[in-house]
Design a protein around this ligand. Structure first.
Ligand code: TSB
Ligand code: ZN
Length: 584
């Protein structure tokens, strides 16, 4: 989909269209006050204070009609300039504009306004010359948005829209938007009974339904097998820790705003953990380690809780309760490169297995000039950053560098992907850490018998099972590969009265072979049941009628294909099992 913000011409048009929207809203709701109306990747929005009024879909259509009327009227858009003092006077009755103007630094700043007909808005510009140019636009949706994104502030109404210079482009865009909505994991997740949420449980706390639980279990098995082979040792640790644990790790000082508040039990004060690193540090520290034992790789499928803004939570993609595919790798400084390479290779392998092609590697490095922002060990930073780069080049990875984006404690690699709807998110991550082992006073004995501090690599290949599942739902549009599919096979007896015994026999046999199978014995037309099998995106539908019953065969149709194939029962089981085993 086109990124409006990156296209200069469309950016200007969309910004002007935001003003057009504001003007129309002002006509319809004379008391409306306006906060900001920026251009975004998907077009523009405007945050508007409509008093007690909450918008409806019908309102959006009425506003759009008014916008069209203003365009027809065809007023020019005229720029004027004011001093800060003049601007404060002009907008004295508008607390939002006063807030914006007051925050402009210098008293001698020149403030620009744009006027079109009866409407003037404070704005830096630039704009199109006349509203006449804004012909092909559409209001897309609306939502509540707290003023300045702060939940303690008033809720404003945010209206989103988009504008193009050609009708055709608008139509293409709207079609793509429709497709993206269809692909949205929240829709598919509901349609295919993968997850739900409930106000009584809370925002950002999805419940995984049986179908979702199957997918998650398969993902766990998949990655667990790989990690086992790579020498990871998996552990189970509690999803709470004391405040002191997080004071020791530094999270209490630096990550508190992302954490749930603490709770007191007897004489202990607990927090729901936002990360698992502290627990794993303690496990490492539980024993003495020699340089020969390293790397030590501690893995866990671990539940974490984070405070995410209520407006930011999204299906399974951004949740407040998540499960990381986490591991902490304790290495000697000379092992950083080799271990990092294994992590990146694993990421590449996993992405290949899942057919994920559209992703970006982002290498976050320190800003060498900024001595304050980064852990003070130049030598370690240099070794680590050079190694990370070297490995990425060696593995022929396409990556971009983000200078000054490293964490305080070390450089990191993130893998970014684009969901169907909304901005990019990080899936996999691998973060080097020079600091945490120090805070927990972790050591190993080196070859000279001296105590040394290990370096830690925090890494999550799936990121979280939650986010990865969201992504895979969108990638596959819910048509999961056989090994992941909640129901792998749907048996449809042509006539349940005549073919049920045979269908049952096949059902039992497949079930005994650990295949996830359903039997649709409803007295509905064959075509109807076949279609439903397609809607449920079940990989294989078996059609069992007279011929199959007599010959002891199976006729199957693969999801999304038209024809059927007939094979013997044993051939079929073998085919299915092989596909599941190979996870292809
Ligand atoms: C990798 N301590 C490290 C860990 O050892 C850590 O927690 N890193 S993280 O903060 O980057 O989180 C790991 C991954 O969790 C991210 O890469 C992202 O894929 C996923 N994630 C983060 N926040 C959320 C969220 N709110 N909902 C779903 N997944 C999330
Ligand atoms: Zn960690």
């Amino acid at each position: 989909m086109i990124n409006i913000k990156e296209n200069e011409k469309l950016s200007i048009m969309n910004h002007s269209c935001a003003h057009l929207l504001a003007q129309a809203v002002k006509h319809l709701y004379p008391n409306a006050l306006f906060w900001v109306g920026p251009v975004i990747e998907e077009g523009f929005y405007y945050d508007i204070d409509l008093g007690d009024k909450t918008l409806t879909v019908e309102d959006l259509a009425i506003i759009e009609k008014e916008m069209k009327k203003i365009v027809k009227d065809g007023k020019r858009i005229v720029r004027s300039e004011l001093t800060k003092e003049e601007a404060l006077k002009k907008f004295k009755d508008d607390p939002y504009k006063i807030d914006l103007i007051s925050r402009m630094d210098e008293d001698d700043t020149i403030i620009s306004c744009y006027t079109q007909g009866d409407f003037t808005d404070l704005c830096r510009g630039p704009h199109v010359e006349s509203v006449k140019e804004l012909k092909y636009f559409k209001l897309i949706k609306f939502s509540g948005a707290y003023w300045k994104g702060d939940a303690n502030n008033k809720m404003l109404q945010r209206i989103y829209g988009v504008c193009f210079d050609k009708e055709e482009d608008l139509n293409i865009y709207l079609k793509e938007l429709e497709e993206a909505k269809e692909r949205d994991h929240r829709k598919i997740g509901k349609d295919l009974d993968i997850f739900m949420s409930h106000d009584l449980v809370g925002k950002g706390m999805p419940l995984w339904l049986p179908n979702g639980a199957i997918i998650r279990k398969q993902l766990e098995n998949y990655i667990y097998e790989k990690e086992q082979k790579m020498g990871y040792m998996h552990v189970y640790t509690p999803c709470v820790g004391t405040v002191d644990l997080y004071k020791t790790s530094g999270h209490w000082d630096h990550y508190k705003e992302n954490m749930f508040p603490s709770m007191k039990v007897d004489d202990e004060e607990f927090v729901l953990r936002p990360m698992n690193c502290p627990h794993h540090m303690l496990i490492y520290g539980n024993k003495l380690h020699s340089y020969r034992d390293l790397p030590i790789r501690i893995g866990e499928f671990a539940s974490d809780f984070r405070y995410e803004a209520s407006g930011a939570v999204k299906g399974l993609e951004r949740v407040r309760c998540m499960c990381q595919n986490d591991a902490h790798l304790f290495v000697r400084p000379d092992q950083i490169g080799e271990e990092f390479k294994k992590v990146v290779s694993l990421i590449l392998e996993v992405y290949k297995d899942f057919g994920i092609k559209d992703y970006k590697f982002r290498l976050s490095l320190r800003d060498k000039e900024d001595k304050e922002k980064y852990f003070d060990d130049d030598e370690m930073w240099n070794i680590a950053e050079d190694k990370l780069r070297e490995v990425l080049n060696e593995l022929d990875c396409d990556y971009y560098e983000a200078i000054g984006e490293a964490a305080f404690y070390g450089p990191k690699l993130d893998v970014e992907v684009k969901p169907a709807v909304g901005p990019e998110v990080t899936l996999s991550t691998c973060q080097l850490d020079f600091l945490l082992p120090r805070r927990f006073e972790l050591t190993y004995i080196d070859s000279n018998g001296e105590k040394k501090v290990p370096v830690v690599l925090h890494r999550a290949i799936f990121g979280t099972f939650d986010r990865f599942t969201a992504f895979i739902i969108e990638e596959t549009k819910g048509s999961f590969p056989l090994w992941l599919a909640p129901t792998q096979i749907n048996i449809i007896p042509v006539n349940p009265e005549l073919h049920l015994d045979y269908a049952n026999q096949i059902f039992e046999e497949l079930k005994n072979n650990n295949i996830r199978v359903d039997l649709d014995e409803r007295n509905e037309k064959l075509g109807y049941r076949m279609r439903e099998s397609q809607t449920r995106k079940i990989p294989y539908s078996l059609i069992l009628g007279d011929r199959e019953q007599e010959e002891g065969t199976i006729s199957y149709r693969k999801h999304g294909e038209q024809g059927t194939t007939t094979v013997t029962k044993d051939e079929f089981i073998q085919l299915i099992q092989e596909q599941i085993r190979n996870r292809n």
